[in-house]
Design a protein around this ligand. Structure first.
Ligand SMILES: [Zn+2]
Length: 131
C-alpha cells in the first residue's frame, strides 16, 4: 500500500481541485470563443457538482477544441473519487508507489514514471490512459 499521509493527500486534493477549476475555466473560455455559448453556460452551471455528464455531452458533441481538456477533466474527477481509496497512488501497471512529487505535478497520474514512459512508447497515439 502506498505510504501517502493524510497531509500529502490534502496536497494532492488541492492540486486536483486547482487543476479542475483551471480546466473548467479553460473549457468555458474555449467554448465562448468558438461560439458555443450554450455549452459554455452548461459547463458553468455544473462547475461545482463534480458531475461528468457535461463532460460526456461535450465529448458526444465532438467539439475537438475542448476534447483534450474534457478528457483531462474526466481523469481529474476520477482521481478525486479515487483519492481516499486504500490503493490510491499505486501504479496501475506495476503496483509500486507513484512518487508524491509526480502526483503533485500530474495529480491524475495512474502510472509511475517508468510505466508511463513504457506506455507512451507503446501507445504513443493513445491520448487517454486506461484507468
Ligand atoms: Zn509502474
Amino acid at each position: 500500500m502506498p505510504a501517502i499521509s493524510s497531509a500529502q493527500k490534502s496536497q494532492i486534493e488541492f492540486a486536483l481541485t486547482t487543476r479542475h477549476a483551471q480546466l473548467l475555466a479553460e473549457i468555458r473560455e474555449e467554448l465562448a470563443q468558438s461560439g458555443q455559448q450554450h455549452f459554455a453556460d452548461l459547463a458553468g452551471e455544473v462547475a461545482d457538482v463534480g458531475d461528468a455528464s457535461v463532460a460526456d455531452l461535450l465529448v458526444d458533441q465532438n467539439i475537438a477544441i475542448v476534447r483534450r481538456q474534457v478528457e483531462e477533466l474526466t481523469r481529474i474527477e476520477a482521481a478525486q473519487k479515487h483519492l481516499h481509496d486504500a490503493d490510491f497512488g499505486a501504479c496501475s501497471e506495476c503496483g509500486l508507489d507513484i512518487s508524491l512529487q509526480r502526483l503533485l505535478v500530474v495529480p491524475d497520474a495512474t502510472r509511475c514514471i517508468v510505466c508511463q514512459g513504457q506506455h507512451e512508447k507503446t501507445y504513443s497515439h493513445e491520448s487517454t490512459p486506461k484507468l
